[in-house]
Write a protein that binds this ligand. Sequence first.
Ligand code: RIB
Length: 321
Amino acid sequence: MASDVRADIVVVGGINTDFLVQGSRLPGPGEHAEGHLFLEGLGGKGANGAVGAARLGARVALVGRVGMDARGRALLEQLEGEGVDTGAVVRDPGATTGVSLEMVDEEGGTQSLGAPGANRRLTRDDVLRAEERISLARVLLVQLEVPLEAVSAAVHIARAAGLRVVLDPAPARELSEDLLEAVHVIRPNADEARVLTGVDVVDRTSARRAAENLLRRGVGAAVVAAPGGSLVLSSEGELWLPDRRVELADTTGAGDAFSAALAVAFSEGKTLAEAARFAHEASALATMRLGAFGGLPTRDQVESRLARLGPVALSPDGARM
Ligand code: RIB
């Protein structure tokens, strides 16, 4: 690999086409509801993370799988147009490109149904072929839309090469202690935290309990998204980032924007507290536009928001990091 394509961040994860329909309300089971807006665009937590990090100024490489279909080709072109290195994305003749149907109401409520297709066929060998790309980077960003054997291979290469590892454990599933021990920062939402720890995350106190559980099991730091805010916990202390008030359009991709921004901040040597604040604003911005891809903010947008709003108001007993 030529040195000019060396990445700061390697993302291993899912690549989808998102078909999004917005209506005034979501349909109930067995019901048809009529929407008023349709969007088709790039999605998948891996692709969103890669584009999110590239828009924030990082050099990014993506490892994943798409089909040999027209959608797969179009997604690769879109990724490349965003500056993402797709040299380690496999084109699979045996599966269709992943797809996700997203339904959004006018209050930002969502439902989705996906068909992972080629994403589910990413192998350990695909990841091993990207070993040089991973080893030369600073941060590995992974989620759980691709098989665990692929995630695990990437995490172990990254640890051996001294990278920081950011895990967005979505969609929710249980994980081995071996994998958790190799993770520097995990960023579960309430649902994912419950699956991983058994703790019902309903507020800051329960988010802390979930984060403590993850730290006891070897994770370096946890950023748990709870109702009302995000709880950041490491051995150095705790930080509570209250949710920003924004004009909410759609939360699809907000978690991807958060993880991407964390990865970018770590690749630039920022501290956990700095990285979490940066990611918090990136994620808030991502909820202000419909669709995952359209909402991923640029560096300028995040910087100007940080400058305009100043530091988040920390609750008194939360300003310890
Ligand atoms: O996190 C949002 C993403 O989840 C969407 O883009 C969709 O494709 C699903 O993977």
